[in-house]
Design a protein around this ligand. Structure first.
Ligand SMILES: Nc1nc2c(c(=O)[nH]1)N[C@H]1C(S)=C(S)[C@@H](COP(=O)(O)OP(=O)(O)OC[C@H]3O[C@@H](n4cnc5c(=O)[nH]c(N)nc54)[C@H](O)[C@@H]3O)O[C@H]1N2
Ligand SMILES: Nc1nc2c(c(=O)[nH]1)N[C@H]1C(S)=C(S)[C@@H](COP(=O)(O)OP(=O)(O)OC[C@H]3O[C@@H](n4cnc5c(=O)[nH]c(N)nc54)[C@H](O)[C@@H]3O)O[C@H]1N2
Ligand code: SF4
Ligand SMILES: [Mo]
Length: 708
């Protein structure tokens, strides 16, 4: 690995692997760079990331939909005037909340912060939410409730290396963050990696050869697995009694709630053999500090979180970790694996319907007063709580619902659940404005498209999955005609006659963000671009000090939990299973997720020639037994039909999946979107939709033997 070139980080996921970029004719050259998370490594998406800078269909001019229904090029002046005029009219006729904003977890901290401020101050709308609702909301809600703080990993990722056991629930790390797999080497060497996934995923295969265990539950029953694991821990006296006594509250209720989940009963519900549940509980306990082990971790991913009981499931995972005495101990813990590049920072600085910068709550009078003072407006002028993402989208076109929507950093027309309905609602808006650098499926539905800078063309910061604030650096100029979003918001704010200042310099916006976050849960006030440029990336909280600078906080919870009594809360939870469950006319579970080569809605990676050539289309994974019963051959088309829609895709027959389940990745648009089928029912606490599990009927898509 070379360290020459400009030091920055990958444009994609929350691992934020360190890169060195060298400008070359026609773009940049990408190299891996040493950093504690990736240690020089990158995945295929990281290596090929430069291709998106010069995508042949890169947007370089604003587009406005003409009277003929087609998008045509326009000047910035014309496009911004048009947007401002129509926003003002919408607000005047239908009220401020009729203008809604949808943000993204890929935006830098500076952009996420400014977007939240733009919504509350310039638009005066309560209705701002973002795609993190689809991603981290269940883990965030559970961590806030149980631990008093949501920092995805409350410890550095490299801490995992010393563990004797790692319980990985619903995460396919080997495909979604490949360079992170190296941190599991210690647990694997000790036979202690436990992967819970209905598929024998690339990550589940890491346990082969005695390196751990794979639990392959019925989709949507992880909560039962966790209740049974805690049952065994308590029944066999494996809990850390001293830790539970000193650092937690609520044991009695939780003990009662798991009393009836003995492993044999759990097996009937989740399909994981009782013996394997017992072995897992004992393996975790043996690695735990209370039994003299080297340390243990419980980690959750989207597989268990994107569920109508996602918050409950994460809560059960935290309960298990607390009973074993893990959180707040060096070398042990609970954490959620944040997904998007700035999934962590994106939810801290005000894109979420109920939050203000610094992870402050919008209905807290003290928080409103603090943030309003930084913004130079009256606290009463700040709107209250808006609608969470799924509800927000569902309310478009209803009485009193949004009539105009601004989208910054999400490709909803591919990635939202029950997506056919979402596409219909987006088409029904009076005004849809999309900022993007490529003509995503959502941009193609827009009335106005604004071309913006990306990654290597901009300065900023992101906060990685371990809560570290890292610098994104500008390496080359954007193509002519492209502007930064900070500039777009400042221009719109001026045209809207907004109070307050909308800076366009990322370093200045960061300084303002730092002030707005001061004293909040996610306190960045001791940080600046300058400080991050001269030292190492730092973990928040990092408050401003009058003396020596605060060193940042790699590990939170070591002394106390940030709850009123300083203790973590054990919270009892119940299992109900997927809301769209299997039944005679839809007897097969459909689970969804990711593949190594593509990122999210695919808007970026489908434009990288090597990745698109390697994986050009989606497919449906099904077990040979199911394939035989249905008369489906490998590569032949299969038809999936569910309550909300249907689609046809090529079969991939494989014994890595349960015979009662099919799997499909979600990286494609149009008729290839698995989200035509997914359920938009939500978790009552977090608002997370049930992306991971729904019920479908599966049939051969063409006569037996015919090829797609
Ligand atoms: N290659 C790639 N990497 C990415 C991304 C990407 O799009 N592509 N996106 C980034 C983002 S934003 C995120 S959020 C992360 C997501 O990272 P992960 O959470 O690792 O990703 P997924 O593939 O969505 O889901 C993980 C696993 O959940 C399993 N699963 C499905 N249903 C269930 C269930 O009921 N129970 C259990 N236990 N498991 C289930 C799936 O089989 C899948 O293997 O990845 C990040 N990294
Ligand atoms: N079935 C199913 N659906 C899912 C999931 C699943 O597991 N299964 N996972 C969900 C999860 S975890 C997530 S995170 C979502 C993600 O889904 P999306 O929200 O659609 O995320 P992306 O595809 O990353 O979309 C980002 C868009 O913004 C653009 N973009 C990138 N950076 C910027 C920027 O700085 N500014 C602007 N203006 N645009 C930018 C990109 O080109 C792209 O068009 O999908 C969710 N949908
Ligand atoms: S793992 Fe994530 S951050 Fe690292 S190179 Fe791949 S996409 Fe980029
Ligand atoms: Mo995500």
């Amino acid at each position: 690995m070379t360290a020459s070139g400009v030091s920055t980080h990958c444009p994609y996921c929350a691992l934020q692997c360190a890169q060195a970029l060298t400008p070359v004719a026609g773009g940049v050259e990408v190299d891996g760079r040493d950093f504690p998370t990736n240690r020089g490594g990158l995945c295929r998406k990281g290596w090929t990331s430069a291709a998106v800078l010069r995508a042949p269909d890169r947007l370089t001019t604003p587009l406005v939909r003409g009277t003929d229904g087609a998008l045509r090029p326009a000047s910035w002046e014309e496009a911004l005037d048009l947007v401002a005029e129509r926003l003002l009219r919408t607000r005047q006729v239908h009220g401020a909340d009729a203008v809604a904003v949808f943000g993204g977890g890929g935006l830098t901290n500076e952009k996420a912060y400014q977007l939240g401020k733009f919504a509350r101050v310039a638009l005066g709308t309560a209705n701002i939410d973002y795609n993190g609702r689809f991603c981290m909301s269940s883990a965030a809600a559970a961590a806030n409730r149980s631990l008093g703080l949501d920092r995805g990993l409350p410890f550095p990722l490299a801490d995992l290396g010393g563990a004797g056991a790692v319980l990985l629930l619903g995460s396919n790390l080997a495909e979604t963050m490949p360079p992170a797999v190296q941190h599991l080497a210690g647990a694997r060497a000790r036979g202690g990696l436990v992967v819970v996934d209905p598929r024998r995923s690339a990550t589940a295969r890491l346990v082969e050869g005695g390196q751990g265990l794979h639990l392959q539950p019925v989709p949507g029953t992880d909560l039962v697995v966790l209740l049974a694991l805690l049952h065994v821990v308590l029944a066999e006296g494996l809990a850390d009694a001293a830790y539970v006594q000193e650092r937690t509250s609520g044991l009695a209720d939780v003990q009662r709630s798991v009393a009836a989940w003995w492993p044999e009963r759990a097996e009937r519900e989740c399909g994981v053999p009782a013996g394997l549940l017992r072995r897992t509980a004992r393996l975790l306990a043996a690695a735990s500090p209370t039994h003299g082990g080297p340390g243990a971790y419980v980690l959750t991913g989207r597989g268990v979180e994107q569920s109508s009981q996602g918050t409950a499931t994460v809560t059960a995972a935290i309960n298990l970790a607390l009973a074993l005495g893990l959180p707040g101990r060096v070398g042990s813990g609970y954490g959620a694996l944040t997904g998007q590049g700035n999934g962590q920072g994106g939810r801290e600085h005000g894109q979420k319907a109920d939050q203000l910068p610094g992870y402050r709550m919008v209905d807290d009078p003290a928080a409103r007063a603090h943030v309003a003072a930084v913004w130079g407006v009256a606290p009463e002028s700040l709107p209250g709580k808006g609608l969470p993402a799924v509800e927000l989208l569902r309310s478009i076109g209803t009485d009193g619902g949004p009539r105009a929507l601004l989208v910054h950093g999400s490709n909803l027309a591919v990635s939202a659940p029950n997506v056919d309905e979402v596409r219909r609602r987006l088409r029904g808006l009076d005004l849809l404005v999309v900022c993007d650098f490529v003509p995503s499926e959502t941009a193609q539905l827009a009335d106005v498209v604004l071309p913006v800078t990306q990654w290597a063309e901009e300065e900023g910061t992101l906060t990685s999955l371990e809560g570290r604030v890292i610098r994104r650096r500008k390496v080359l100029d954007p193509p002519d005609g492209v502007r930064s979003e900070l500039w777009v918001w400042s221009e719109l704010a001026r045209r809207l006659g907004s109070p307050g200042v909308f800076d366009t310099d990322p370093a200045a916006v960061f300084d303002e963000l730092a002030r707005a976050s001061a004293g909040g849960r996610a306190d960045y006030s001791g940080l600046s671009h300058e400080r991050l440029d001269t030292g190492e990336a730092l973990h928040w909280p990092c408050p401003a000090t009058s003396g020596a600078p605060h060193p940042g906080t790699p590990r939170v919870f070591t002394d106390r939990f940030p709850t009123p009594d300083g203790r973590a809360r054990l919270v009892p939870v119940d299992h109900h299973g997927p809301l769209d469950d299997v039944r005679p006319d839809a007897p097969v579970y459909l689970v969804t997720g990711r593949v190594l080569q593509h990122y999210q809605s695919g808007a970026q990676t489908r434009r990288v020639p090597e990745l698109a050539a390697e994986v050009p289309q989606p497919w449906v994974e099904l077990h040979p037994l199911l394939a035989l019963r249905l008369g489906v051959e490998d590569a032949a088309p299969v038809r999936l039909t569910g309550r909300r829609g249907r689609l046809t895709a090529a079969a991939r027959v494989t014994d890595t999946i349960r015979p009662d389940t099919v799997f499909m990745p979600f990286h494609w648009g149009g008729a290839e979107s698995v989200n035509l089928l997914t359920n938009d029912a939500t978790d009552p606490v977090s608002g997370m939709p049930e992306f991971k599990v729904c019920a479908v009927d599966v049939q051969a898509g063409a006569p037996r033997g015919a090829r797609a």
